[in-house]
Design a protein around this ligand. Structure first.
Ligand code: PLP
Length: 435
C-alpha cells in the first residue's frame, strides 16, 4: 500500500469553501463524520472513480444509489446523447414522458398514475401534500431515523417516548411544521396503531404513514417479518394512506421495488435515484382516485419547470430497460451476497463486534453486536471505529459511503474480482480498526 496524495483535492476544497457553504452541495459529501476532507472526483468508469489527484477507487456509493449499472454505462450515455440532439427541455409534454409513466406503472402495479419530478425530496413532499388534500387530515407519521429528503415536515426528530410529536430536526423548520408529524420507531406496528388511534379520524387525524420499506438512512435496516403488512392493515383500518418511500429501494431490491419483494401494496409510492439513470428524476404515483386530485384535475397543486425532463427520462428509461433483462436481480443478489459474506468473515476474523444488514445489493456493516432493527439499536454502533475503517479503506482504494448510517451500493459493473479486492482491503482495514 502506497500513501496517497490528496493535494489537488485539498486545493479544490479550499477554493470551494470560499464560495460554497462547507465546500459541498450536499452535507454528507464533506465527510465530516469520518474525519477527513472530501476528495474531488474527476471521472467514473464502470465500478471505479478516479479523483483529481489520480487516485483510483472501487466505488461503493454509486452516487448514493442511482448508478446501479456503474459509471458511464454506454447504452445510457447513448440514450442521453440521442435525446439531447432534439433539445434539452421544452416545458411542454413530450412522448418520452408518457413512455416513462407507462414503464413505471407496468413495473409497479400499485402505481396506476404517476407524476415525474426532479428529486426524491420533491416526490415525498408532493405525495404528502396529496395525501393531506385527499384525506382532509393534517398529521403524518414517520419513522425515527427514516429520511425522506429535506422537506420541513419530514425533517423532524423524535422526542422521548414510543410515539412523539416531531421536534424541528434543523434550524429553520418551524415548530408548526414539525408538530403535525408524529415520530415512531421503525419496525414497531403497535406504535403506529396507537398513534393512528390517538389522532382520530377528524381534520387533526393522520393523513398518511410514510415509510422506507427497507430503511436505508439509519444504515440499512430490513423490515421485520409482518411489519409492512401490519402497517398496511393499520392504515386501512384508520382511513390513513400508506406511502412507501422507495427512492432507494425502487428498482434496487427488485424490478417491482420493495413492495414487489415483500408483497405489500401501498396507496402511494415515491421513486427516485435509479429512475433517473444518473440524471435528476424522481416520481410519485399510486391509486388513480388519489392521483386525480392533483392539479389540473383536482385541487392539490404541484408543478415543476424541469419535471419530466427529456434527458432524465431517456436515461431513466434506458436504465429500467436494462434492469428488466433476465438475470439482473439474480446477479445483483450474487454480488451482494459475496460482498456481505466476505465482510462478515473479515470482521469476525478481526474480532470486531459487527452486524451486517443486507437486502440484495445494498448493505451496511454496523460496528456493534446487533441485531440492528431500528434507529435506537443502530445508534449502538461504534462510529469512531467506522471512521477508522473508512479511512483505511480509502487508503486502499475503496470508496465507502462516509457515514456509519449510510448503505453501500453494489452495481452490475462490479464483478467477483472487484468484490474480492474490496474484501481483501476490508480484511486489512478491519485489522487497523481493531487495533
Ligand atoms: N427518500 C429516501 C429514502 C432517500 O434516501 C432520499 C435521499 O437520499 C430522499 C428521499 C431524497 O431524495 P433526493 O436527495 O433526491 O431529494
Amino acid at each position: 500500500m502506497t500513501t496517497r496524495s490528496y493535494r489537488d483535492s485539498a486545493a479544490l476544497f479550499a477554493r470551494g469553501q470560499r464560495v460554497i457553504p462547507g465546500g459541498v452541495n450536499s452535507p454528507v459529501r464533506a465527510c465530516r463524520s469520518v474525519g477527513v476532507d472530501p476528495v474531488f472526483v474527476a471521472q467514473g468508469d464502470g465500478p471505479h472513480i478516479t479523483d483529481v489527484d489520480g487516485n483510483r477507487y472501487v466505488d461503493l456509493i454509486g452516487s448514493w444509489g442511482p448508478l446501479i449499472m456503474g459509471h458511464c454505462q454506454a447504452e445510457i450515455l447513448d440514450a442521453i446523447a440521442e435525446t439531447m440532439s432534439s433539445g434539452t427541455t421544452f416545458g411542454a409534454p413530450t412522448e418520452i414522458e408518457v413512455r416513462f409513466a407507462e414503464t413505471i406503472c407496468e413495473a409497479i402495479p400499485s402505481i396506476e398514475k404517476v407524476r415525474a419530478v426532479s428529486s426524491g425530496t420533491e416526490a415525498t413532499m408532493s405525495a404528502l401534500r396529496l395525501a393531506r388534500g385527499f384525506t382532509g387530515r393534517a398529521k403524518i407519521i414517520k419513522m425515527d431515523g427514516g429520511y425522506h429528503g429535506h422537506t420541513d415536515c419530514l425533517l423532524v426528530a423524535a422526542g422521548s417516548g414510543a410515539a412523539t410529536l416531531g421536534i424541528p430536526g434543523s434550524a429553520g423548520v418551524p415548530e408548526g411544521a414539525a408538530r403535525d408529524t408524529i415520530v415512531v420507531p421503525y419496525n414497531d406496528v403497535a406504535a403506529v396503531e396507537a398513534a393512528l388511534a390517538a389522532a382520530g379520524d377528524g381534520p387533526d387525524g393522520v393523513a398518511a404513514v410514510i415509510v422506507e420499506p427497507v430503511a436505508g438512512n439509519m444504515g440499512l435496516v430490513p423490515p421485520a417479518e409482518g411489519y409492512l403488512q401490519g402497517l398496511r392493515d393499520a392504515t386501512a383500518r384508520h382511513g390513513a394512506l400508506l406511502i412507501f418511500d422507495e427512492v432507494i429501494t425502487g428498482f434496487r431490491v427488485g424490478y417491482g421495488g420493495a413492495q414487489g419483494h415483500f408483497g405489500v401494496t401501498p396507496d402511494l409510492t415515491c421513486v427516485g435515484k435509479i429512475v433517473g439513470g444518473g440524471l435528476p428524476a424522481a416520481a410519485f404515483g399510486g391509486r388513480a382516485d388519489i392521483m386525480d386530485k392533483l392539479s389540473p384535475l383536482g385541487p392539490v397543486y404541484q408543478a415543476g419547470t424541469l419535471s419530466g425532463n427529456p434527458l432524465a427520462m431517456a436515461a431513466g428509461l434506458k436504465a429500467l430497460e436494462i434492469l428488466h433483462r433476465p438475470g439482473t436481480y439474480e446477479r445483483l443478489e450474487e454480488l451482494g451476497a459475496r460482498l456481505g459474506a466476505g465482510l462478515v468473515a473479515a470482521a469476525r476474523d478481526a474480532g470486531l463486534p459487527h452486524c451486517l444488514n443486507r437486502v440484495g445489493s445494498v448493505m451496511t456493516l454496523f460496528f456493534c453486536d446487533g441485531p440492528v432493527t431500528d434507529y435506537a439499536s443502530a445508534k449502538a454502533a461504534d462510529t469512531a471505529r467506522f471512521a477508522t475503517f473508512f479511512q483505511a479503506m480509502r487508503e486502499r482504494g475503496v470508496f465507502l459511503p462516509p457515514s456509519q448510517y449510510e448503505a453501500m451500493f453494489v452495481s452490475l459493473a462490479h464483478d467477483e474480482a472487484i468484490i474480492d479486492e474490496v474484501i481483501a482491503a476490508a480484511r486489512e482495514s478491519l485489522a487497523v480498526a481493531a487495533a
